[in-house]
Ligand binder design. Sequence first.
Ligand SMILES: [Mg+2]
Length: 318
Amino acid sequence: MAIQPLQEIFPELTILSIPLRNQFRGINYREVALFKGPHGWSEFSPFLEYGIAEASVWLDAALEAANNPWPELHHKKIAINATLPAVAPKEVKAILQSFAGCKNVKIKVDDFENGSLLVEATLEQIPDAKIRLDVNGRWDQSSAISNLLEYHLRFGSIFEYVEQPCQSTSELAAVKAESPIPIAVDESIRKSLSSDLSVLKDIADVAILKWQPLGGFTSAHKIADKIGLPVVISSALETGIGISHGLALAASFKEADFACGLGTVALFESDICDPAVTAEGGFIEVARREPAGLDKYQASAERVQWWNDRIVKILEAK
Ligand SMILES: [Mg+2]
């Protein structure tokens, strides 16, 4: 297709690079593209290593939110969980304080010992915390089963679920049969998009849905219907603009049984929205947001060019 000038498709297109307080997903800066459509501001922010096909799905979400009204909303505010990166235990207090009032805490864990130190440090700050572990698929089947039994033995029934303990669906099925902790799928959903999503119901108890990675509101609802599990909406580490759309996605589901992972702006040095789209009393209100100013975190000319090239390549491939 012929490409219109980018500023016509993406009015006020701005590339930002925002420092993170602690390294997360191996990055220290979050680069995002913001733009404004007829229905408000939107965000396009696939991680830098993502190729054209994957990033194209994120662009669908960004364009849908800018150019269309939000879906019907069933909730005015959304319960939020704290998100704890794999940090040193001494960092835990300050991080949890930036998720005001959140009683559910998702902890990024790798090996059992370091993970349990983070669980202990969390319980020191929030004695009645409900914990979610996120493994990002890094355990094999047998270490997943033994680690989850260890967590249960040491801490009891404080765990809501473990997110993606293993990568493959066959390993997850074996883990689910033995695990004392319910299983949530995250990465498995994206990997199974072209196959039968209904199999996920047999290997998990909860589905983690994300606004951008699943291609936006309409697409995420179709996927949720096919999976048929209770959903938790989580962020892809967006700014307050992207988070506002994640909140709208959460509010567009009638059931709201779980706190959502949408408080992650707290992991940034600061938000580009004012007030920041972070939890107050454990909740965030659902509302369209605008950036308060775009000067502070402007990306370099070289990075702007990289993002412009990336967007053009995606549009050319559509
Ligand atoms: Mg996850």
